[in-house]
Design a protein around this ligand. Structure first.
Ligand SMILES: Nc1ncnc2c1ncn2[C@@H]1O[C@H](COP(=O)(O)OP(=O)(O)O)[C@@H](O)[C@H]1O
Ligand SMILES: [Mg+2]
Length: 235
């Protein structure tokens, strides 16, 4: 299924043209290494979400091909929870659909700070909590590939930091190939093994850099770092 890329993701000479004839990608070559977090940045409208949807199999390339494990999970920009199912039942859904269990449901809920909210319906949660539920739903299976579209953008700063840290721990325990769309440069610097910046009009790679600083990382050093640490400890 994947050939030489193992559990990586590979876009090979990818072309994508919308139904209205607008061309999005032309000849994109991009290979994501297995077990790495690749942060994908780029201006709004350059095609990041579309690339994720292509990797997820939700859109079909017009030309070229995409190699991606079918053991993949997707966190959309919006939570996309089923309104009539409880939070717990939403998180359980991929397992009902035949996904392989990676985390216990309780563990997944705990991880995103929703342990107390499993019995609630989505409309009883804030937007950020719904987003966290959708993250738990993706993590409950043990996907080879995790495709995430600005998963933390709607969260408050503290929750975002906590989840970033937990995500790094989880990734160290069970590395997945992660394609992480973000517009947050700090987030990319803190989390990614590699940062790829895309630009329009044809989805070309304008920057592709590897980050070798061990995690967990801190953006702050010296006095500011000390203060950040104290604040974190106090909160
Ligand atoms: N169904 C569609 N038909 C035509 N163009 C579309 C459609 N959906 C999105 N686009 C266009 O594709 C481009 C890329 O969109 P998107 O992948 O959402 O960008 P990003 O996630 O980087 O902000 C945008 O210019 C957008 O207007
Ligand atoms: Mg987008």
């Amino acid at each position: 299924m994947l050939g030489m890329t193992g559990n990586g993701v590979r876009f090979r000479s990818l072309d994508f043209v919308w139904e209205d004839g607008t061309s999005l990608a032309r000849g994109l070559d991009l290979q994501l290494e297995a077990g790495e977090i690749t942060a994908l940045l780029g201006p709004s409208g350059c095609g990041k979400s579309t690339l994720l949807r292509l990797a997820a199999g939700l859109l079909v390339p017009t030309g070229g091909r995409i190699e991606c494990s079918t053991r993949r999970a997707f966190v959309f920009q919006k939570p996309t929870l089923l309104a009539w199912r409880t939070v717990r039942a939403n998180v359980e859904l991929p397992l009902e659909l035949g996904g392989e269990q990676g985390l216990a449901i309780d563990e997944a809920l705990e991880l995103v700070g929703l342990a107390e909210h499993g019995a609630k319906l989505p409309h009883e949660l804030s937007g950020g909590m719904q987003m966290r539920a959708s993250l738990a739903r993706a993590l409950v299976t043990s996907p080879d590939v995790l495709l995430m579209d600005e998963p933390f953008a709607a969260l408050d700063a503290l929750t975002r930091r906590r989840l970033q840290r937990r995500f790094v721990e989880l990734q160290a325990e069970a590395p997945k190939t992660v394609l992480w769309v973000t517009h947050d440069i700090d987030e990319a610097c803190l989390l990614a093994d590699r940062v790829v910046v895309l630009a329009g009009p044809d989805v070309s790679v304008v920057l592709d850099e590897r980050l070798s600083t061990p995690r967990p990382r801190s953006l702050h050093t010296g006095q500011l770092g000390g203060l950040a640490t104290r604040l974190e400890g106090a909160l």
